[in-house]
Design a protein around this ligand. Structure first.
Ligand SMILES: [Zn+2]
Length: 195
């Protein structure tokens, strides 16, 4: 009886190992090649040296944005070009932007994380960016129309601003709402400042 149990256990173990081996080898992952991507200041329009000069670890702005890749480039354009901050900011990219800050279960962790920037980098202003069709809100399908979606997200942004003012008294806080615009079948992005 004991021998039969041992044999069955051995067979099961062999099957498990076989499955693992097949799955592992079938995953098709390439070998981990070492590649370096250098961003040299002399080969770029951006002067990376200035990040390490002068005031050292200080920056003026903290940006909180949704991690949605579709808005990533447009948001960078807004921050760097339109607002002119040009790398003078800490950047937080979180699904749903300020949603985790409004959630009571995660608020402390998120606020404490923001607090590190404010304290260590001497941040003077906060920019909060949210957008339409945000997966953090269930996408645009979660709303009956764009107006309802806009009102809900703007309401959340204003609530986030109130919470931040309570925690970070002296900071200016700016809100921006991003939209995707169809301009003659070309997709464009628009950011509206919420006052
Ligand atoms: Zn989003």
């Amino acid at each position: 009886m004991v021998n039969i149990k041992n044999i069955i256990t051995t067979i099961i173990l062999m099957l498990v190992i076989q499955c693992f081996y097949v799955n592992y080898t079938a995953s098709g992952e390439p070998e981990n090649e070492k590649k370096n991507f250098f961003l040299r200041s002399e080969s770029s329009e951006i002067n990376y040296e200035h990040f390490f000069e002068g005031k050292k670890h200080w920056c003026n702005t903290m940006v909180i944005n949704c991690s949605d890749f579709r808005f990533a480039r447009a948001a960078q354009e807004l921050i760097n070009e339109k607002l002119g901050f040009k790398g003078d900011y800490d950047y937080f990219s979180i699904p749903g932007s300020i949603r985790n800050m409004l959630n009571k279960e995660t608020r402390k962790l998120v606020m404490d994380t923001f607090g590190i920037s404010v304290r260590l980098h001497h941040v003077k202003r906060i920019v909060i960016i949210a957008h339409e069709d945000c997966i953090g809100y269930g996408g645009e399908e979660a709303f009956s129309d764009h107006e309802e979606e806009y009102n809900r997200i703007v309401q959340d942004m204003k609530k986030a601003r109130r919470l931040m003012r309570f925690r970070f008294h002296d900071l200016s806080i700016y809100l921006f709402y991003g939209r995707i615009i169809d301009d003659n079948e070309v997709k464009k992005f628009e950011y509206e400042q919420i006052l």
